[in-house]
Ligand binder design. Structure first.
Ligand code: SF4
Ligand code: SF4
Length: 341
């Protein structure tokens, strides 16, 4: 019987018979679909976005606007944007904004308002969102057109020109909405915007290589070189990601690798040595960034009504990060700690 993943084993406790049990965010009910129906014939082409962040400095060079597309094939327990994972619109709560007016209680068909939050029971009708006067209940995951998304991006064009910045498409996994991503990239190029795509690399190869000519910079995320752990922690097989990276690095000459360093999960030195050895031989790889784990996502898991599976993991210290960076620097790779360009 399928069940929701409820805990993550420490690496030393890994069983050879791993079974990946993804977090199952169920699709919204009919009312939820109707709320933001992308299939209505009159709507122009677009996709689902959960955030557009201006003045981003961790998503490529210069000042950038980052457009976050919703939906991801991975469900990493350390994710700092867990609202990105489901492709569907989701309800998120901000209890500190609640003034206990009771409006949501009157409309919720499941009796979940105002305090309850159960993704398994929520019908996804978003009636409570409509009813709430303070924004204590919000829907994440808006359907937007290409023009809508790029209108926000265009408003900061002057900053891109003075800082060598541009637009970054991230997620979630932007390649999980391939047509939307391609349209965004084509339109960005036609407007003279520098483009960057932040990807986990888990996508059909022809899709990845198909967008490559439209991308000035790839941020390519690697979690771990350990196949078994990769599958256990992310739900994705590692080999297609490595195969795609090799294929991309053969045709694209500006790829920055990003590796999250999560103590006990992705900081295995032998696996990082293998990563460094592989990356040093790839023509298109220009830099490696080691991203220290942080706990900023834990509060978001609670607001989404989900359990945070890494309650005891602490961020790595500066000395530890330097020691791991040295593994890559020894092989001549331009290696940075943190995501800032
Ligand atoms: S919590 Fe909100 S979105 Fe979920 S069933 Fe109740 S009213 Fe609908
Ligand atoms: S409608 Fe909003 S402010 Fe009123 S009780 Fe519900 S969550 Fe709180």
């Amino acid at each position: 019987m399928p069940k929701t993943r409820r805990s993550v084993d420490a690496p030393q406790a890994l069983s050879p018979n791993l079974t990946y049990l993804p977090y199952l965010t169920h699709p919204p009910g009919l009312a939820g679909f109707l709320h933001q129906a992308p299939f209505v014939a009159s709507m122009p082409p677009g996709g689902r976005v959960f955030n557009i962040q201006r003045f981003a400095v961790h998503d490529g060079p210069g000042l950038r606007t980052t457009v976050f597309l919703k939906g991801c094939p991975a469900s990493c327990p350390w994710c700092h944007n867990p609202e990105s994972q489901s492709p569907y619109p989701e309800l998120i709560r901000s209890p500190e904004r609640c003034v206990e007016c009771g409006s949501c209680v009157e409309v919720c068909p499941e009796g979940l308002c105002p305090d309850g939050m159960d993704p398994e029971r929520c019908a996804g009708c978003f009636e409570c969102v409509e009813a709430c006067p303070t924004g204590a209940r919000r829907m994440v995951g808006e359907w937007v057109t290409v023009d809508d998304a790029l209108a926000d991006v265009e408003s900061d064009r002057v900053f891109y020109e003075t800082s060598a910045g541009g637009v970054t498409f991230s997620g979630g996994e932007p390649l999980s909405q391939p047509r939307f991503l391609q349209s965004l990239l084509q339109e960005s190029r036609s407007r003279g915007l520098s483009t960057c795509v932040d990807t986990c690399g888990f996508a059909p190869r022809r899709t990845l290589l198909g967008i490559a000519p439209l991308v000035d910079l790839f941020l390519y995320d690697l979690k771990t070189m350990d196949e078994e752990r990769h599958l256990a922690y992310t739900g994705m097989a590692l080999s297609p990601i490595l195969g795609n990276l090799a294929a991309l690095a053969a045709v694209h000459d500006n790829i920055w690798i990003r590796i999250p360093i999560v103590p006990g999960f992705t900081d295995d030195e032998a696996a990082l040595e293998r990563a460094a050895e592989m990356l040093a031989g790839m023509r298109g790889v220009r830099r490696v960034s080691l991203l220290p784990y942080h706990r900023q996502g834990s509060a978001k898991f609670a607001r989404l009504g989900r359990e945070y599976l890494l309650p005891d993991v602490m961020p790595p210290g500066a000395d530890r990060m330097e020691a791991l960076a040295e593994i890559f620097r020894r092989r001549g790779l331009d290696t940075h700690i943190g995501g800032e360009a």
